[in-house]
Design a protein around this ligand. Sequence first.
Ligand code: CLF
Ligand code: SF4
Length: 437
Amino acid sequence: MADVQRHPCYDELAHEVFARMHVAVAPKCNINCNYCNIKYDCVSESRPGVVSRVLSPEEAYRKVQLTAEVLPQLTVVGIAGPGDPLANPVQTLETFRLLSKGMPDVQLCLSTNGLKLPDYVEEIAGYGIRHVTVTMNAVDPGIGGQIYHSIFYRGKAYRGAAAADILISRQLEGIRLTAAQGIKVKVNSVLIPGVNDRHLLEVTRAAKKAGAFSHNIMPLIISPGSRFEQDGRVPPDPRLTLQVQEDSADLMPVMRHCRQCRADAVGLLGEDRIGEEILTKQTVYSPQERELELVRLDSKLQSRRERRGRSSSGGVVTRIAVATRGGGKVNVHFGHAREFLIYEVDGEASRLLGVRKIQAYCNGTAACGESEPDTILKETVDLLGDCSMLFCSGIGALPRETLRKAEIIAVVTKEEIDTLLLKYGRLLSYFSSGAVH
Ligand code: CLF
Ligand code: SF4
């Protein structure tokens, strides 16, 4: 099996079929990002750095074993926090040691800020870790100094640009050394409007030169209580995120389907099941049954690859929003959606442009019974303003009408996304081309 084909983050189509699990064994961090506050814990919020409980390596190992028995599509186990995994090297490496010895059929994944990455490349390679992500938001210390408040390095604290200078050189060195081991290195960057939006192309260039394999540019999520919240900073407009991603995509592959997961996320991307709930009321798979299920999923993925692999007709291009919690199907009611996948389609081909996160419109109050759209509905419709169609598993009269006024057709369906994109892509292309008068 090739390195990335069962990795839901490294392979875009694999995320519809295969699941990942984060084990939160790393509580401490050695840097202070201005958008982060790792003390804040809220299970209804999805963002990096948040967990419900920190596990010991033994607890983490046991949890992965139990989860693999009920979630046969689990192929990747990652350590991504809630602090920095390599600022907690004993816990992180012991967890990887237990997993590499006891569960050789799961791929191991590490996500780090990179400050200590050069010190641990040998151990990382030794435990068979094939995927490493480095979060690198700048390659210019002046810009980095606006993003990192401070770092703690070799017993000393550094601030601002001096901190960023050390961090950036350690990140680039870590990427070079890790990639030289044949490990797939992905770079994550947080897009911060007014700070690094015009600089991320430089980050892509530097990451590529150092040996990284892809770049994941994620819109800023501001933690409550963080310095950026106090400064009144705001997340980027989705159109800015898309533009920055498109610019970088000219240089190297760009990840479009990141869900900015919690440090204890479990499941398909977009369908997180937190805590113990996943371990209850599930069918238990033996190792042989798990292997058979994985082979079945490989062939399901292969047929999706063939369908998506069609080449573009070069015809009229239009955008479609999809409400899904994963599995390649439309399976979320408009009012419950916390994110939409945005696809670009023409008569023959489709490509994922990105994920747009929103506040769910239906919050248990009487919003659906209102006669006028509330702020959340208006913001959601505005966010989808560049789409001509929306697929969801259900929708109320008011949101449907509000979308219609914005010239977005809502289609209620539970079909496979691939089939729908092809069907409606052809239809939209046919009408937009002026074939019908
Ligand atoms: Fe986890 Fe990260 Fe590994 Fe994936 S997440 S450590 S590479 S297994 Fe994935 Fe989540 Fe985005 Fe990370 S969707 S935040 S990129
Ligand atoms: Fe928070 Fe991660 Fe930055 Fe550490 S590296 S401060 S955990 S966002």
